[in-house]
Design a protein around this ligand. Structure first.
Ligand SMILES: Nc1nc2[nH]cnc2c(=O)[nH]1
Ligand SMILES: [Zn+2]
Length: 521
């Protein structure tokens, strides 16, 4: 008789333990026990393994079906899902004022939050995001609804209440002390659930909307509870110039975050397109990760993030959708955008050269779908300090996985398969052309949370209690411009400075003259 919670699949499993290499575990038997991968054996050992684990049956995948690790989205704004796919016409600082802050503020209506957040979590699960690093909104209560929705639907998440105490709209700003109190209450509420899938995160929105007092206070809370930190760094010219104006004594965003004590090995900074090499090296030394959000960077950024270059300097890099700055909730889309972004760098270098010769130097930023898949799985796991928990099909890790079906015929699926195409070609088509229709089952911690159109845990309390190990894992530093300047004024200054931007975007893409030569590191 199998122990409770023990089951097994036999078939082909694709994953990327090594950057750039797609490993196919062909005809293997994967045994899952209490949510973890207990055994990976060759298919020929089925009978022996069945006996060992007392399994009465083994589920065999059909031809054209494969497992892939669940996707890890390292940067999502949960309340912004509401307006995803709209509002793409303005630069960042104006975008925040015009679309983002009003949308986030509307989550104060808790009934609206209770309606919207399950839709968000379902949409992300349907797209294969088994783990998400979420920003909530400013007000405490709607964030608790977000955590409850994640818990109920069975997703894995790192989630934070946003903090911002200056340069924000009158109805979307908090007093510093209130913000710190609410941030701590959010942390204790989330930890109090003792749900090993959900970890709280400290979330200073970005430097322009946070006083040094707030940032330092948040860093102390993060340290007290050992929690993750997330924010935005060196995203675009408007933001970088704004920080320069507010904090002229610091060389860069990274120097400000360093001084505030916000760069830790559990910090994930979004974007980083204008980070200098010194900044990148410094983040790498701290163990801080960058969430690469290519689609968002095309809309709101001003430069290209160079994944291979950043990795070569030792930086941890994950992939993010940045909904709603990025207009797609799909991590398949994010992977494709990461590839396109890398090819844009190559095209940019060729254009700058003025010639028609592509040099090896121009090629070195190009990434393939295999590297993009690594970013969406292993890279994300490293960024979130979950590398020993998810990202590959290795014994001891949790079984967070997507069952991919490439057999959908005709227009019932997003692509066609032709005679003679082998498993590797079908899988590559899925990564490059597939969508949620191909994801017929979604697993988190060995539990099927979605099958077909059905969310299997919806409505039930599925809290998985933290183990001792999980608890250990969970508990494992200027002078500002005058506070409370009208946000509109700040947005105007930042965006108009875009035009005369002292940051040379081309040079940044060339890599990477820092926005300023001054250094505090
Ligand atoms: N892309 C993006 N950048 C930000 N910087 C500060 N807030 C935001 C946000 O919501 N989205
Ligand atoms: Zn963001």
């Amino acid at each position: 008789m199998a122990a409770a919670g023990t089951h097994a699949f036999r078939g082909t499993f694709y994953h990327t333990p090594t950057y750039g290499e797609l490993e196919a575990l062909r005809d293997v038997l994967v045994v899952i026990q209490d949510g973890k991968i207990a055994h990976v054996a060759s298919g020929g050992e089925e009978e022996a393994v069945q006996r060992e684990y007392g399994l009465s049956e083994v589920r065999r995948l059909q031809d054209g079906q494969y497992f892939v690790p669940g996707f890890i989205d390292t940067h999502v704004h949960a309340p912004q899902y509401k307006f995803t796919g709209t509002g793409t016409d303005v630069p960042l600082m104006e975008w925040l004022r015009k679309y983002t802050f009003p949308a986030e503020c509307s989550f104060q209506d808790l009934e609206a939050a209770r309606h919207r957040y399950p839709l968000l979590v379902k949409r992300f699960l349907a797209n294969g995001t088994t783990t998400a690093m979420y920003y909530g909104s400013l007000h405490l209560q709607p964030n608790l609804v977000l955590v409850d929705s994640i818990e109920r639907l069975g997703q894995r998440a790192v989630v934070g209440k946003v903090n911002m105490d200056r340069h924000s709209p009158d109805d979307y700003i908090e007093d510093t002390a209130d913000g710190l109190r609410d941030a701590e209450e959010f942390v204790t509420y989330t930890l109090g659930k003792k749900c090993s899938r959900i970890q709280p995160c400290i979330t200073p929105r970005f430097i322009p909307t946070c006083t040094p007092e707030l940032m330092k206070g948040l860093a102390e809370i993060a340290q007290k509870y050992g929690c993750h930190i997330q924010s935005h760094i060196s995203e675009c010219c408007g933001e970088v110039n704004c920080v320069r104006e507010m904090h002229p004594e610091y060389a860069s965003d990274a120097a400000v975050f360093e001084e505030m004590g916000l760069l830790t090995n559990r910090t994930v900074m979004a974007h980083g397109t204008l980070l200098s090499d010194d900044d990148i090296r410094h983040l790498a030394r701290r163990g801080t990760a960058v969430s690469h959000c290519p689609l968002s960077n095309f809309f709101l950024g001003d430069a290209f993030f160079k994944v291979n270059h950043a990795l070569s300097l030792g930086l941890k890099v994950g992939l993010g959708t940045d909904v709603a700055g990025g207009i797609s909730p799909s991590m398949l889309s994010a992977q494709r955008m990461a590839v396109v972004n890398s090819r844009c760098i190559r095209a940019h270098k060729l254009a700058v050269s003025g010639g028609t010769t592509v040099t090896p130097e121009m090629e070195k930023d190009v990434i393939t779908f295999k590297e993009a898949l690594w970013l969406a799985t292993v890279g994300g796991a490293q960024a979130l300090d979950l590398a020993d928990v998810v990202g590959t099909f290795e014994v001891g890790k949790d079984f967070d996985a997507l069952l991919v079906d490439t057999n959908l015929s005709g227009t019932s699926g997003p692509f066609d398969v032709f005679e003679g195409e082998d498993d590797d070609q079908r899988f590559e088509k899925f990564i490059n052309l597939g969508d949620d229709r191909n994801l017929i089952e979604v697993y988190v911690q060995g539990v099927c949370v979605k099958r077909g159109d059905e969310f299997l845990l919806d409505g039930s309390n599925v809290s998985v209690k933290a183990t001792e190990d999980d608890s250990d894992r969970i508990m494992s530093a200027p002078t500002p411009v005058e506070p409370e300047a009208a946000y509109l004024d700040l947005a105007h200054r930042a965006d108009s400075s875009d035009e005369a931007a002292s940051v040379d975007v081309g040079a940044a893409a060339e890599q990477s003259e820092p926005p300023t030569k001054r250094s505090r590191f």
